[in-house]
Structures are given as structure tokens and as C-alpha cells.
Design a protein around this ligand. Structure first.
Ligand SMILES: [Zn+2]
Length: 162
């Protein structure tokens, strides 16, 4: 398949339960992608075999549905929150390389968001505007971008005024 002279290993899709710590994170990142990148298939984890001297050490990446991935392999994560942070950052790399756009973007400032920790949860952070009264802010918890990007629904009922 590859025209490369090197014997490049093919990735395989990681199935649920293989890396329990990472089972939840792709779903959370998928929620953010669905809210902000309509039409994208859910991201998946792929694994490449380890190097010759360390074959046990598979390297996992966040990939598009077709297996395309970019960036660094997932690092170690000691907690579910840590795993979400790692997966969200890896998804950013893959999305930016594949789609050539910053992701996700703050709709208030038009800036690419970064993963930070807010109240113990991985969150999307925006550097804010240039004015002093327009400071850096957390846009949404990772996995909850749909709270600021509400998907349009046809026949949406109007809310009564409070
Ligand atoms: Zn912002």
C-alpha cells in the first residue's frame, strides 16, 4: 500500500476496553467535534506497534475515522481527567493537520482554544482580546463545547420570555 521503501507498520484501531483510561476521552472529544465541525466522523484511537527493541510499547494516536492521525503519540495519563486532556490535545493536532484550521475556535474572539484545567476539569481556554477588559477566559469544559455551540434544530420551539 505504501510506496515507501521502509516497511511502515499499519495502524490498527484500538477497541473499547484495551486502554480503559482512554475509553471515555474520545467520546468527549467527539462531542466537541460534532458541535463545532459538522459532518466529521467520530475520532478514534489507533495504535502503531512499538519499535523493534520495545515491541510491547504500542504508540496510540487520536485519528480520524479512516485512521489518519498526526502529531505525537498519546503520553501517559494517570487519571480520567489527564486522559481527556491528552486526547483533546492529540485531537487538536490531528484536526489542524488534516483540516488546516485551528480547532476548536472561540466564537467570541476567533482564536484557537487551548486545553487547560479549570476547577479540576480539562477545559478549553481562550487567550481573550487585546483590551484589558477582555481577558483570557475558559470557553467550555472539554466535551461540553455544545453548550456554547448549540446545534441548530429545525422546528425549534421558542422559549417563553422569562
Ligand atoms: Zn475567547
Amino acid at each position: 500500500m505504501h510506496p515507501s521503501p521502509f516497511d511502515l507498520p499499519e495502524p490498527r484501531f484500538v477497541t473499547a476496553g484495551e486502554h480503559p483510561l482512554w475509553d471515555e476521552a474520545p467520546a468527549a472529544v467527539d462531542r466537541d467535534m460534532a458541535a463545532t465541525l459538522p459532518g466529521q466522523q467520530p475520532p478514534r484511537l489507533v495504535a502503531y506497534p512499538g519499535f523493534e527493541e520495545d515491541e510491547e510499547a504500542e504508540r496510540c494516536y487520536v485519528a480520524f475515522a479512516d485512521g489518519y492521525s498526526h502529531g505525537n503519540p498519546l503520553g501517559r495519563a494517570g487519571s480520567a481527567a489527564g486522559a481527556l486532556r491528552v486526547v483533546a490535545e492529540a485531537a487538536q493536532d490531528t484536526v489542524m493537520e488534516r483540516l488546516w484550521q485551528a480547532w476548536p475556535v472561540c466564537t467570541l474572539h476567533g482564536l484557537g482554544l487551548h486545553v487547560t484545567e479549570d476547577a479540576g476539569r480539562p477545559s478549553w481556554w481562550c487567550a481573550g482580546g487585546s483590551r484589558p477588559d477582555d481577558p483570557a477566559h475558559v470557553r467550555a469544559a472539554t466535551g461540553e463545547m455544545d453548550t456554547v455551540h448549540r446545534p441548530r434544530r429545525p422546528n425549534r420551539k421558542r422559549r417563553k420570555a422569562r
